[in-house]
Design a protein around this ligand. Structure first.
Ligand code: 6PG
Length: 237
């Protein structure tokens, strides 16, 4: 099935692209326009991006966009609880591929915190991200298991993190793969985004999305929590 054939709920929109490079470029233009608008209205803009492997071409395309970067605050939807010099650090990925050239002037808000336990790190991150909401632009990814941010199926704290009135902005999560200890923004933080975007690539992820659009438990496919409000889904084969 092609993404254009999916029956999407009201507010959810599909944006198909021919390939990864086209998706990265189009998403960068879309995000940059929204950041410019936010800066024109409020003098600054907040951008929350995801980690993983696929966002690299998008980060590099966005870094090329002409923007008053000093007025942009960048942060992450989720982070692996590893220091920035660890190969799995999402912060390192953003610093390497997005915050470079003129974009290095943007301010970056770390989710990663040095602490004695993951729970303590989540409490510190919770306080640190208070200034993020409401988010102007959110770019989510999705795993083959239907997780988004670090909202992993059946993780401890998943139920709490997905409550629309969750009082925490950040909660600790456990991922099924290394690095397993994660920090994630919770549902109310993520859904505060004025422009929520989901970027996914490939048939396998389209199949997961198709399944997520069918009735079922949110805990099985946490992406479901984002399919009942406004969302722009950018997809390429
Ligand atoms: O830290 C992370 O791993 C993420 O933020 C995560 O939610 C990611 O977006 C998905 O796992 C998809 O990752 P890919 O796009 O690389 O497949």
């Amino acid at each position: 099935m092609a993404i254009s054939e999916l029956k999407l709920p009201p507010g959810v929109q599909a944006c198909p692209h021919d390939g990864a490079e086209q998706l990265a470029q189009a998403l960068a233009v879309r995000v940059a326009d929204a950041l410019r608008q936010a800066i024109a209205s409020r003098g600054q803009a907040t951008l929350v991006v995801s980690g993983g492997r696929s966002p690299v071409p998008f980060f590099e395309a966005l870094a090329q966009q002409a923007l008053p970067w000093a007025q942009v605050l960048v942060s992450l939807a989720d982070e692996r609880w590893v220091p920035v010099n660890h190969a799995g650090s999402n912060e390192a990925l953003v610093r390497r591929h997005l915050l470079r050239g003129a974009a290095a002037e943007a301010r970056f808000l770390s989710l990663y915190q040095v602490a004695g336990s993951l729970e303590q790190a989540a409490e510190l991150a919770d306080a640190a991200v208070a200034e993020l909401a409401p988010i102007d632009v959110l770019v989510l990814g999705m795993g083959d298991d239907g997780h988004t941010a670090s909202l992993f199926p059946h993780s401890p704290n998943l139920h709490q993190a997905l409550q629309p009135d969750c009082a925490r902005r950040v909660l600790p999560m456990l991922a099924p793969s290394e690095p397993t200890q994660r920090l994630t923004l919770t549902l109310p933080m993520l859904t505060s985004a004025r422009l929520p975007l989901l970027a996914i690539q490939g048939q396998a992820k389209l199949n997961v999305l198709t399944k997520a659009l069918m009735p079922g438990e949110i805990a099985q496919l946490p992406i479901r929590a984002f399919l009942n409000s406004s969302l722009e889904i950018h997809w390429c084969p």
